[in-house]
Ligand binder design. Structure first.
Ligand SMILES: [Ca+2]
Ligand SMILES: [Ca+2]
Ligand SMILES: [Ca+2]
Ligand SMILES: [Ca+2]
Length: 381
């Protein structure tokens, strides 16, 4: 087990990024010009300063004004920055909230019954998840921490045990397992027995992949270069596991229905191959052969969403060494067009998607570790 294999940027990556800054900027401008000429899906990025080493970003409406806001986990500051949106694509830093040691991943969800959006954060150095309960006005109560496994790197909000309350599943990098935290409905969680997966899990997603109306999990394992599919029993346990191969150094997985056949499919970024793997689901917990699509250098995170309003799910991938985001537009049969790249800032990792400006189209937020800011890409359909 490689305990020191961290998800964050190594110093070599940072220096590599600095060395390539000039040529990277020139290339980015050229790519942006090309994209604009071809009918760009996104306007040039606007950047908003946050804390030190932002690794992850979530979008939700924290103050209830109908406009999407940002929550950013700052690994270097051990806190979360809240940026409130004005509904037109602009964001103001509102406040920071202390969380655990080296927050790595952040998700929004409603964990108690007050209707306000709350936050959960995986802290990789103190083996906890911080829960921040929102007050509905954009502010949060002080974090409460819950123990999970060793070196939690990613988490997902889902209904896992059929009581209608939001639960959490957390990928523990050092333990090769997943912690299941069942929500009690008042903002507290109960930890069930951990579930083993492959070696060094770094990313996690939730959906029903075998069409039994019970939520399942997809966990991407860096060392094993595969995805563990855990089939849920609807009671918060996952008795069945099958592993499906992907590429080299996968850190992130997304579940979606790319070919619109009603069965969940998955995609990973492969940092060692500079591409993505897509495997289409068969609806019974199994998946078809891997298809690969090239993206930029050192892809770190992948998300899926409908981005160009043609009815086919698309992919967005953050390319840490290219300082841009690759957009792969989906086709009806579950294959993808070649990537279009959109420039962001230095060493982008975290991605989130939602409509933040009120106009048509889903927008992207990208957390840039190298420049301690978040890039917002506004969709221009
Ligand atoms: Ca708002
Ligand atoms: Ca299921
Ligand atoms: Ca499908
Ligand atoms: Ca699409």
């Amino acid at each position: 087990m490689i305990v020191n294999h961290t998800r964050g940027p190594a110093s070599s990556a940072s220096s590599r990024a600095r060395r390539s800054l000039t040529i990277g900027a020139t290339l980015s401008l050229a790519l942006a010009a090309t994209a604009m000429a071809a009918g760009a899906l996104f306007a040039p990025a606007d950047n908003f300063d946050v804390g030190d080493d932002p690794e992850s970003v979530a979008i939700a409406d924290f103050d209830g004004d109908g406009a999407g806001d940002l929550a950013v986990a700052n690994r270097g500051d051990d806190d979360v920055s809240i940026l409130l949106g004005d509904g037109a694509g602009d964001f103001d830093l509102d406040d920071d909230y202390a969380v655990g040691d080296e927050p790595q991943d952040i998700v929004a969800g409603r964990f108690n019954g007050d209707g306000a959006q709350d936050l959960a954060v995986a802290n990789r150095m103190d083996d906890t998840v911080s829960v921040l309960l929102g007050l509905g006005d954009g502010t949060f109560k002080p974090a409460r921490d819950r123990n999970v496994g060793s070196s939690p790197r990613a988490l997902v909000v889902a209904a896992l045990n059929g009581d209608g309350k939001r639960d959490l599943a957390v990928a523990n990098f050092n333990d090769d397992d997943v912690s299941i935290l069942t929500g009690q409905g008042h903002g507290k969680f109960r930890r069930k027995a951990d579930r083993n997966v492959g070696e060094t899990p770094r990313g996690i997603a939730a959906a029903d992949v075998d069409n039994d109306r019970r939520t399942d999990l997809a966990v991407v394992n860096d060392m094993d270069e595969d995805v563990s599919i855990l089939l849920g029993d609807g009671e918060g346990s996952f008795p069945a596991r099958r592993d499906f191969a992907v590429g080299s150094m996968p850190f992130s997985v997304t579940l979606s229905d790319f070919d619109d056949d009603g069965d969940s499919d998955f995609a990973t970024q492969n940092s060692g191959d500079n591409n993505v793997s897509v495997r289409l689901g068969k609806g019974n917990g199994s998946f078809g052969a891997e298809a690969n699509y090239d993206v930029g250098a050192n892809p770190f995170e992948i998300i899926s969403a409908e981005l160009n309003d043609d009815g086919n799910r698309d992919l967005a991938v953050s390319n840490a060494d290219d300082d841009d985001v690759s957009i792969l537009l989906g086709k009806p049969n579950g294959t993808f067009e070649p990537a279009d790249d959109y420039a962001v800032d230095d060493f982008p990792i975290g991605l989130a998607v939602a409509n933040v400006d009120g106009a048509d189209g889903r927008d992207l937020a990208v957390a840039n570790v190298g420049t301690d800011n978040v890039s917002v890409l506004i969709n221009e359909p």
